[in-house]
Write a protein that binds this ligand. Structure first.
Ligand code: SAH
Ligand code: DHB
Ligand code: MG
Length: 224
């Protein structure tokens, strides 16, 4: 199997099940125009996140790593009408483009884009008692996933679902000797999930328009 085929199958799934979406297309266009990297989730993955969050009945969603707000808009669509989503982003231009995209998509009232390094903004959320979150999407710098996991657990409750993106990276995750801090961060993150008695977790490999990668999914089986 080759990338071209994975992309064509993703296109087929998107055409038949996701369908054209002016708000999300506008968000991508604005993100491209502002020079943001095209590393957002694929459209069928975005809808998958929405379906998971909706199945959770999520009223409070936390996202770590906003970029232009593409996954944010998908997740916001899962919210109950009184729901709130907080998304954390370190790069001011990303946060600005995201804010505009999210407002245009109609979620100005429901979504807060919080600017700053997530290791600084996560303790703020805890101090402001903005948790517990029902659904958490972890998608910022991979080297810091272990520290993010500790905060995600603190900001969760029994039943909270967490999804972490990019845990495979073309298979690099099994390279025990990797000098890539992102690979080591993901490996440590998975080890923490495996040993923490409060969470039950698995990981899934994916192929598609975004190449060969994968997600980890964890559910809190106890309160933190
Ligand atoms: N979730 C987005 C993609 C996020 S890409 C989507 O699928 O649409 C990862 C983002 O994390 C980038 O915008 C990057 O600037 C941000 N990021 C990287 N390090 C960060 C940090 N320490 N704190 C907060 N955000 C960070
Ligand atoms: C890349 C992809 C991502 O989904 C992400 O969150 C960060 C980086 C990448 O392809 O480089
Ligand atoms: Mg990602």
């Amino acid at each position: 199997m080759i990338q071209e085929q994975w992309t064509r199958v993703d296109q087929y799934f998107t055409d038949i099940l996701v369908r054209p979406d002016p708000m999300l297309e506008a968000a991508l266009k604005a993100s491209d125009a502002a020079g943001l990297p095209q590393i957002q989730v694929a459209s069928n993955q975005g809808k998958f996140l929405m379906l998971l969050a909706r199945a959770q009945g999520a009223r409070r969603i936390l996202e770590i790593g906003t970029l232009g707000g593409y996954s944010t808009i998908w997740l916001a669509r899962a919210l109950q009408s009184d729901g709130r989503l907080i998304t954390l982003e370190a790069v001011p231009t990303h946060a600005k483009v995201a804010r505009e995209n999210i407002d245009r998509a109609g979620f100005a009232e429901n979504v807060e884009v919080r600017l700053g390094r997530a290791l600084e903004t996560l303790p703020q959320l805890a101090a402001e008692r903005l948790g517990p979150f029902d659904f958490i999407f972890l998608d910022a710098d991979k080297r810091t996933y272990p520290e993010y996991l500790e905060w995600c657990i603190k900001l969760s409750r029994r039943g909270t679902m967490m999804v972490a993106d990019n845990v495979v990276r073309g298979g690099a995750v099994i390279d025990t000797a990797s000098r890539d801090a992102d690979v080591q961060g993901v490996r440590r993150f998975l080890e923490m999930l495996s040993t923490d008695a409060r969470v039950s977790a698995t990981a899934i490999q994916t192929v598609g328009a975004k190449g060969y990668d994968g997600i980890a999914v964890a559910v809190m089986t106890k309160d933190p």
